[in-house]
Design a protein around this ligand. Structure first.
Ligand code: TRP
Length: 457
């Protein structure tokens, strides 16, 4: 079967736009909000190291696999899988990769929009000067007051979903490209400014020590599990987002070096965010292991003390919101592209319908912080915890495992080598080793452990 050179949904204008879009997908709340707090919860340096190992040994090889699958198929993950299955003479059960991905995208976006809504709310809190010279206690109070109000949380969640749907409706070049071209460079600059503040905050040495200082006794099995989940989440792997974006990648772009760039950018932002946030934590005597609220307490605290804090604080949260939007659109794209292909439907109409479903699902996460805080699913998990847990620890690894196995064993080797422009040699062998053995084994071990823990409580 010949593969088309263009996708019907449009194409990235260049390899760089793909890098920006994929980095836009990768860099999001996972880097700025989640990475610092899970590193904080899991002992800092030791966790950072195993996370880097997971990104390099498992994340990057799988990302290469996902991109090449998308570029060969040139359609939504579900329909690209159909083509890939046909050309490989593989069993139709492999199509689970596409369906699982669409489902995971919904789950993730539903709660992702809630947290992104917090960031939007903080834009106006900062801009109105509500956080000027605030103390750590009052910063924590502002966050808990906000969580206590379902109405406010729904308002910001809704606004975020509307923005996401609006951008994704614009399509590949008029929607996604336009957004990432501006947001990504700006985000980077703002992060450097925050880092500059952290360096002078008085807690920098301690913060660096926490992030890099390394203690084997803190490396736990659970740490590996969380690190692997985070590697998938932060690189947007395992659910077809990168496959969908790969479908719009020009045929002459070299996949491996492109993926290195994306993974490098993503990792850099996560580390920078940690280096910006932990010094502030220590300088203000805060607890590094304080969970999801970490960024929303420390960052306002830092900007609240800065001269032009109102401006920079608001800008920081605007950019976190933008980072979240460029990720959210990639969570919607697989399902969106599929429905457009299947029903020849209008992009914007599909985007709105999908947005509404995600929004409804997201209400469960909103209420987890207030009126449903006592409702537990699976042990002591709130709806929010549950959706987060199932998507990140079960669906993404499972998707990643299937992708690695499919690329490693089912796809014809010539197709893979041709897409990657690879020749037999050391690089090819290393990548093959990872995609056939290391990545599947790693994911499988972690996965079995997760299931075991879940079932055994
Ligand atoms: N990578 C994004 C982040 O770090 C989240 C994200 C976007 C994602 N698309 C995804 C996660 C696809 C998993 C799969 O915030």
């Amino acid at each position: 079967m010949a593969t088309p050179s263009e996708s019907r949904h449009g194409m990235w204008s260049s390899r760089w736009l793909f890098i920006l879009a994929a980095a836009g997908s990768a860099v999001g709340l996972g880097n700025i909000w989640k990475f610092p707090y899970i590193a904080g919860d899991n002992g800092g340096g030791a966790f950072v190291l195993i996370y880097l190992v997971c990104v390099a040994a498992i994340g990057v090889p799988i990302m290469i696999g996902e991109t090449l699958m998308g570029r060969y198929g040139r359609e939504s993950p579900i329909n690209s899988m159909r083509k890939l299955i046909a050309v490989s003479n593989a069993g139709s059960y492999w199509s689970a990769i596409g369906w699982l991905g669409v489902l995971a995208g919904f789950f993730i976006l539903s709660y992702y929009a809630v947290i992104a809504g917090w960031a939007l709310n903080y834009v106006q809190l900062m801009a109105r000067g509500e956080m000027v010279a605030i103390t750590a206690e009052s910063a924590q109070q502002v966050l808990s007051d906000f969580h206590a109000s379902p109405l406010q949380m729904v308002f910001w969640q809704t606004l975020f979903m509307v923005l996401t749907v609006w951008i994704v409706s614009g399509g590949v070049s008029k929607g996604i490209e336009r957004a990432v071209k501006w947001f990504m460079p700006l985000l980077f600059i703002l992060l450097l400014i925050l880092l500059g503040y952290a360096v002078t905050s008085g807690g920098f040495a301690q913060g660096v020590d926490f992030m890099i200082g390394f203690d084997w006794s803190k490396v736990t099995v659970d740490g590996w599990l969380i690190a692997m989940g985070q590697a998938f989440f932060t690189l947007s792997l395992g659910m077809g987002a990168i496959m969908a974006y790969g479908a719009y990648l020009p045929s002459d772009a070299k996949i491996s070096s492109t993926v290195f760039m994306i993974a490098g950018l993503d990792t850099a932002v996560a580390i920078l965010a940690g280096l910006a946030i932990f010094p502030i934590v220590f300088a203000n005597g805060l607890e590094p292991a304080q969970g999801p609220g970490l960024m929303f307490v420390t960052v306002p605290l830092a900007f609240g003390q800065m001269g032009a804090g109102i401006l920079f604080g608001a800008l920081f949260f605007i950019l976190v919101s933008f980072a979240a939007i460029t990720s959210a659109i990639s969570l919607l794209e697989p399902a969106l592209a599929y429905l457009v292909e299947e029903y020849n439907a209008k992009r914007s109409r599909v985007a709105i319908s999908l947005g509404v479903i995600c929004w409804l699902l997201g209400l469960g996460s909103v209420f987890s912080f207030n009126i449903w805080s006592d409702v537990h699913v699976l042990g002591d998990k709130t709806v929010f915890d549950f959706v987060d847990y199932v998507s990140q620890n079960i669906m993404l690894p499972l998707g990643g495992l299937l992708i690695a196995l499919f690329v490693g064993y089912a796809l014809p080797k010539e197709l893979v080598f041709e897409q990657l422009g690879l020749k037999e040699g050391l690089a090819a062998s290393l990548w093959m080793l990872s995609i056939k053995v290391i990545a599947p084994a790693g994911v499988l071990i972690v996965f079995v452990k997760t299931i075991y823990d879940t079932v055994m409580g």
